[in-house]
Structures are given as C-alpha cells and as structure tokens.
Design a protein around this ligand. Structure first.
Ligand code: BG6
Length: 369
C-alpha cells in the first residue's frame, strides 16, 4: 500500500501532483470557467456573501491563511482566519451574509465541528472544504467542496494540505467569477495557470536529493527558524509545524517583516533559517525585501537555507543552500514552496530514527475538544 515507499508520508508527498490534479479535475468547463455543480449552495446565495470567516486547526489553518490572501485579492471580499477552537469562544460576528468556511482533512476534528455548529447557530452560511466523503463536518454544513487528495494515512498532513490550498483557490476564483467583469477575466487566467501546477510539483519532487542530504546532516540541530512573507508566511508556519510534529525539533515560523521587531535577536552563528523568497515579479517589491532579510541574517552568522524560483540569482550570494522551484504567479507559489519543507521534515525525522507516520502524542483526527 505504501507503493514502494518506506513510509506513508513519503508516498503521500510524492502523490501530490495527483492530489492537486484530482482536486482541479472536472471543476472547469470547456470555456475555462469554474463549474461547481456539487457545491449544494446557489450562486445567488454565494454572490450575496460580504464576509468570509475560515475556521480550521493545525495544517488546515495554514491553508486557510493562504486562502485569505487569495480570496481578498481575487474576489475583494474581507476574509478572517480563526483557529476553530478560538472562534467559538471569542463571540464571533456572523450573519446570513457571512460564509464560514471550515477546512478539515478528516471532517471529524471536534474543534472544527463545534465552530461550524456555532456558525450555523449564528445564521451564517457554512461551507466545508474536506477530504473525507461522508464525514461529519460536510454533513453538518450547508455546502461542501471536497478535496480529492485520496486517503491520507500519515498523521502529519501533506497531500491533503495541497488539496486544501487548491480548493481554497477554487473557492476564491469562483467568488471572483460570480462578481463578473474584470474579476472574472482575471480569475480565468489563474484557472488556466492552475492546470500547469501539478507538473511543476512533479518537477520539484523529481529532484529533492539535496534537501535530503542537508536534512541528514542536521540530525543534531536543536532549533530551526522559517521566514516567509505574504503567502510565504503561512508556509513558513507550516514548515515549522512539520518539523515540530515529525522531528521534535524546536521550530518557529515568522513573517519576514517581523524579523527586525524581535526574532532577529535569535540569530547567532550557525542558526539554520529557511527563507521562502517570493518570485521577482511579486507586487510591492516584496522579493527585494526578503532578499534583504537573507542578507541581514547571513551577516549575523545564520545558515541560510533558501527556497527561490529558478533563475533568481539575486539570492545566490547570501544563501548557504538554494532549493529551486519553477516560476508561478505569486499567489500560487505555496503549492511549490512547501515541498522542500515537507521533504526536509520527513528526512530529518528519518535520520533521527523516529516514527514518521505516527509521531508521538499526535492523532490523525482529534475527536475531542
Ligand atoms: C491535528 C493533526 O491534530 O489536526 C494535524 O495532527 C491536522 O495534522 C489537524 O492538520 C487538523 O485535522 P483535520 O482532519 O481537521 O484537517
């Protein structure tokens, strides 16, 4: 069942081109427009939505953070992301024009389920992004958008995460399409570009030997930091979470802009820091700002492990290691930048002789509050 791989997690990492392709499959028509026939919610109801709140836990919540950037940019609807266990107890504001989107691989996470029920009681529209057909959360929601990542066995989420991000993109682009005009035109371009992403994922995964090597040499590392900006920020958090879960190493993800407001004090000679570099065409000069961050931490002795686009030579001078990803439009980059981080955590856990598929103290679905 592991398809020749040593662990489920490794198999699931390499399943990711398929997971994304299957999540996209059958959701656009010949004209390149999204068609979400299985959504169980009318276009009129969705078109009336004036606020989106995303509720999720763990990795799924990081997919939700990516969704915030995407939905606000494409559909110009305000999006809030709330950890499901915080949502319910913070007196949330929601009404019938609020779309509460839950994201859950298992569809059984109790914290997320309770948030959905609470949203329902407030009169909000509820939409579940879920990987497990017939599970509780989609059953308790008004609408459902299934990720088609296939069964995920390893406790730490990989392919379900990519499926979740893909589904969030589909939702954001659909909301943009419903708005019509230039929103719909822009969405159409992204929908077309998304079709090329599975082969780019396969490209990255076809050569991860250097990430594996670097990870194996770091088995004694006690702390790793991750920096990202814009959609790279949730990916930095996800890279850190993977390392905590799988290798039991202290790890923290930061928004790169926060560096000078605190975390830079942590930098001492030899401190490993992953940096996710936005593509050079990212708006607002974010690429240059992140390259400056690499320079700043390198000057203080950090060991810089950089994830950057192919052909982006601006990072070479300040990087101890560069892991390359193909070019995409800035919003879609998370589907690629997370890959080296997943492989890094997998390999480091393996190098430490740990149980990759069943990390200590964790369960695949947490059905208690
Ligand atoms: C945690 C798992 O307990 O639940 C994480 O360890 C997962 O990997 C999180 O991201 C949420 O699970 P689900 O099934 O709701 O996506």
């Amino acid at each position: 069942e592991k398809g020749g791989y040593a662990t489920y997690m490794e198999k699931e990492i390499f399943d990711q081109p398929q997971a994304v392709a299957d999540t996209l499959l059958g959701r656009s028509n010949a004209a390149g427009d999204l068609q979400l026939d299985d959504l169980r919610i009318s276009e009129e109801q969705l078109a009336a939505v004036d606020r989106v709140t995303i509720v999720a836990c763990g990795t799924a919540a990081y997919a939700g953070m990516v969704a915030k950037y995407a939905i606000e940019h494409w559909a110009r609807i305000p999006v809030e992301v709330s950890l499901a266990h915080e949502f319910r107890y913070c007196d949330p504001i929601a009404d019938e024009k609020t779309l509460v989107v839950s994201i859950s691989q298992s569809g059984e996470t109790m914290d997320t389920l309770m948030a959905v029920k609470h949203a329902h009681d407030l009169g909000a529209l509820t939409l579940s992004i879920c990987n497990t057909h017939g599970s509780t959360i989609p059953r308790e929601s008004d609408a459902v958008l299934y990720t088609h990542a296939g069964p995920e066995i390893a406790v730490a989420s990989t392919k379900a995460f990519l499926g979740q991000i893909t589904a969030c993109y589909i939702l954001g682009l659909y909301l943009a399409q419903l708005k019509g005009g230039s929103y719909a035109d822009d969405a159409k371009q992204v929908i077309a570009e998304l079709q090329d992403v599975p082969s780019k994922i396969a490209d990255v995964l076809s050569d991860v030997s250097r990430v594996r090597e670097v990870a194996r040499f770091m088995a004694d590392t006690r702390s790793v930091l991750f920096l990202g900006r814009h959609v790279g920020y949730p990916i930095a958090m996800e890279g850190a979470l993977k390392l905590k879960e799988l290798a039991y190493i202290h790890a923290e993800g930061f928004a790169a802009g926060e560096l000078k407001h605190g975390p830079i004090a942590l930098i001492e000679p030899g401190q490993p820091v992953f940096v996710i570099v936005p593509g050079p065409d990212t708006p607002h000069g974010l690429h240059g700002k992140v390259v400056s961050n690499i320079q700043e931490i390198r000057a203080r002795g950090a060991r810089t492990l950089v994830i950057a686009e192919e052909g982006d030579t601006s990072v070479d001078e300040f990087a101890d290691e560069v892991f390359r990803i193909p070019h995409t439009s800035p919003m879609l980059q998370p589907l690629l930048t997370v890959l080296p981080l997943q492989v890094f955590a997998l390999e480091l856990s393996t190098a430490k002789g740990l149980d990759v598929d069943q990390p200590r103290n964790l369960a695949k679905s947490v059905t208690v509050e």
